[in-house]
Design a binder for this molecule. Structure first.
Ligand code: STL
Length: 412
């Protein structure tokens, strides 16, 4: 991948395909007046397993690197912990490492040199005295209401919101200063936090940063939703080719309507990756192995043509699905190969995402005896199928004891 030089060309590549840029002047000044590489970061909270949607920000990281920027990926482990404890502090360390492996593998798979890419784990600096002092200073000038509103699109919204949801956006604002960057990049869902940072960093003695926002890209579910509860709406970065086929087959894709997750994937992932590989703007390729009886292979070299054909029902949904599933499998193959040859990559996945023990309640004999011992004590770990089963059994047993003590009053 050749790098781009000249401030104008660099600025164009840095902002290519974005939905919005706040304070572009900050970026232009760095490139044109200071004549140095732009320092920019992208933060991600290592919670769930990265899915194919991760290709979207990766395309932008590729643009930034190609434009000669100094790019930092923030693995925001404390943010993952603060967001309704989506991950325990122990498990989140493995997830952060797993995310790092995934980001590197994706970038390598699209031929982006990653020697200039920096990874920083949030907890490595977010517990320092100067960082915490900045958090206190910010908490003195940002109202509870503003902090709550800033996090509304990012922090999981629950019935009884925790204080952590107010701390989360403040820390994200302070990260810009403590990572020493000129700009922050993220999805447009981060907009309110970005504005909070711009409005408040100067009041605690820090520079205002530029903000770059990617559009939100629809997933594979109905209405373009990617939902944690619908496993078919997301394709894992390490996914078996057969499962990719199956998930794409069940993707929402109404005939004649180009507003679906499959075409969005072509637009926001396949096309930009093809452009990066060929170095030609607007270049595109999708090969569809249509069954012979329906006319055989189709090759598209224009996304606009594909969209037009789909709208005019010249391209059928099952054929679009075949083409997209094959393309995803092609994109995932080198990432999967990295995973399979790297034991550490596999081990951080295993530790970060332990397979849940089947939710099978171990029957615990209710002991009527109200003596000193408690039933859980007598269950031998050797006959439990896993640690989790032991924990469930113990918990159930403890409950049984409490119920006994309450003399038959049923808990839960
Ligand atoms: C998510 C999902 C997502 C973005 C983020 C988290 C961003 C987190 C973050 C944390 C600290 C920062 C910057 C970004 O300084 O799409 O769960």
């Amino acid at each position: 991948m050749d790098t781009v030089s000249g401030p104008q060309e660099q600025f164009e590549l840095i902002t290519k395909g974005l939905q919005e840029v706040l304070n572009p002047q900050i970026i232009q000044d760095v490139l044109e007046k200071e004549k140095r590489p732009l320092k920019i970061y992208w933060g991600t909270a290592p919670t769930g397993k990265p899915h194919c949607g991760y290709f979207v920000p990766m395309v932008k990281l590729a643009h930034f690197l190609k434009a000669g920027c100094e790019v930092t990926v923030l693995l925001a482990d404390l943010h993952a912990f603060l967001d309704n404890m989506k991950a325990s502090l122990e498990v989140v360390q493995y997830r952060a490492k797993y995310y790092e492996f995934v980001v590197k593998a994706i970038l390598r798979s699209i031929n982006v040199p990653i020697d200039k890419l920096k990874f920083v784990v949030g907890s490595s600096y977010q517990q320092s005295a100067p960082y915490i002092m900045d958090l206190f200073k910010l908490s003195n000038i940002v109202s509870q209401n503003s902090a709550k509103k800033a996090g509304a699109d990012v922090v999981k919204q629950v019935a009884n919101p925790l204080l952590s949801g107010l701390i989360y956006p403040l820390m994200q604002a302070i990260d810009e200063e403590h990572l020493g960057v000129d700009a922050q990049f993220g999805g447009v869902d981060q907009r309110k936090i970005f504005v909070l940072a711009e409005e408040n960093l100067p009041s605690i003695g820090h520079r205002k940063r530029a903000h770059l926002m990617n559009p939100m890209v629809p997933g594979l579910g109905q209405g373009g939703k990617m939902s944690a509860s619908d496993p078919n709406s997301k394709i894992d970065i390490i996914e078996e080719p057969k499962i990719v086929k199956k998930k794409i087959n069940s993707a929402y894709c109404a005939p004649g309507d180009i507003n679906n997750g499959l075409i969005a994937f072509l637009e926001y992932v396949v096309q930009p990756i093809h452009e990066l590989k060929t170095g030609k703007d607007g270049s595109f390729e999708l090969i569809i192995e249509r069954p012979e009886k329906y006319g055989g292979r189709i090759t598209y070299d224009s996304l606009d043509q594909l969209k037009k054909d789909y709208e005019e029902n010249k391209l059928a949904a099952p054929d679009l699905k075949t083409g997209v599933a094959d393309k995803i499998n092609e994109l995932l193959a080198p990432i999967r190969a990295d995973f399979e040859k790297d034991e550490e990559f596999q081990s951080v996945q295993k530790n970060g995402y332990p397979v849940e023990a089947p939710k099978q309640e171990k029957k615990v004999k209710k002991v009527k005896n109200k003596g000193t011992g408690y039933p859980g004590k007598s269950s031998s770990p050797a006959d439990a199928t896993s640690e989790a089963a032991t924990a469930t059994a113990t918990a159930t047993a403890d409950l049984a004891t409490v119920e006994d003590k309450l003399d038959g009053v049923k808990l839960v």
